[in-house]
Design a binder for this molecule. Structure first.
Ligand SMILES: [Zn+2]
Length: 282
């Protein structure tokens, strides 16, 4: 389906908003859109997190960057969490909407009351300074989780191994080739599906990619439910490690990076909020 058809899926958006949300058409062979000053974004993330009572833990340092995890306990602080949610982003340095979405979510501070949140706002800061997918050494970190070669992923896994199990994990990404937002949903135990509701929520702010095949995989209404056999895959993305070790429910959100950055940030924020609402409703 073309982007022209897709834009009419922007349910509830005004005509002016719809006309503004168009593909730029400038991303060929890679991402050539807006970039961010990742150091400034991460400083803003830390400031906002401190303001709203998150605890920050640095688990690795390299290249002048701190890799940190943020932890927010449920409100009331003594309550038991109903849902333990893990959110990560910034593993691909040419996908700026993810760290910005993390910042927006922390600044808005509208989390479900009884959720315990673990948030990793940037897993590949050096990649952002180069506006490249891989880390500074040329490794695609999101293919490095089976037998890690990179120090960053090694440190991330050691941090993860110290954490409890998660009820849901969300990995925030972007795709410069896509015609709209889409989501990979890993849900082997048949929990209430999150993908379709997420797409409905995101469609209010961003076009959805309704292609029948996305990235070589069968898709339905913007949702890809990959057939699961991590053992058969030589290279693991973060979501596979999480599914094998820490969760039974994982979504990878993909914002369309040929669209304006603000639209993509809005898409990821709407997707996260929808997933939390559905998952915590049981
Ligand atoms: Zn990505």
């Amino acid at each position: 389906m073309s982007w022209k058809a897709n834009i009419f899926l922007c349910v509830g958006a005004s005509l002016r908003e719809i006309l503004r949300v168009q593909k730029s058409g400038k991303n060929h062979g890679g991402y050539h859109g807006e970039t961010i000053d990742i150091r400034a974004v991460l400083r803003a993330v830390e400031t906002a997190a401190h303001t709203h009572g998150w605890v920050s833990e640095t688990f690795y340092e390299a290249g002048g960057f701190k890799f940190f995890a943020l932890h927010r306990r449920p409100e009331g602080r003594r309550q038991k969490a109903e849902g333990r949610i893990y959110i990560s982003t910034g593993i691909h340095g040419d996908e700026p909407a993810g760290p910005l979405a993390a910042l927006k979510l922390i600044e808005e501070d509208r989390w479900p009351e009884n959720a315990e949140i673990f948030l990793l706002p940037c897993l590949n800061p050096a990649g952002f300074t180069l506006n490249q997918r891989a880390n500074a050494g040329g490794i695609d970190l999101n293919r490095d989780y089976r037998q890690p070669l990179s120090a960053e992923v090694g440190a991330h896994i050691r941090w993860l191994q110290r954490q409890p199990e998660f009820d849901l994990t969300l990995c925030l990404h972007e795709d410069w080739e896509s015609h709209g937002f889409y989501v990979y949903e890993l849900n082997p135990d048949g929990h209430a599906p999150l993908g379709q509701k997420m797409v409905e929520a995101v469609a209010r702010v961003c076009p959805i990619d309704l292609s029948p095949v996305i990235e070589g995989r069968e898709a339905k209404g913007g949702v890809i439910t990959p057939s699961l056999d991590p053992a058969a895959r030589p290279q693991w993305p973060e979501a596979f490690w999480l599914l094998q070790n820490k969760t039974r429910r994982s979504c990878t959100l993909e914002a369309p990076s040929d669209f304006p950055l603000a639209t993509r940030v809005g898409a990821l924020v709407a997707g996260v909020k929808s997933a939390l609402a559905v998952a915590l409703a049981g």
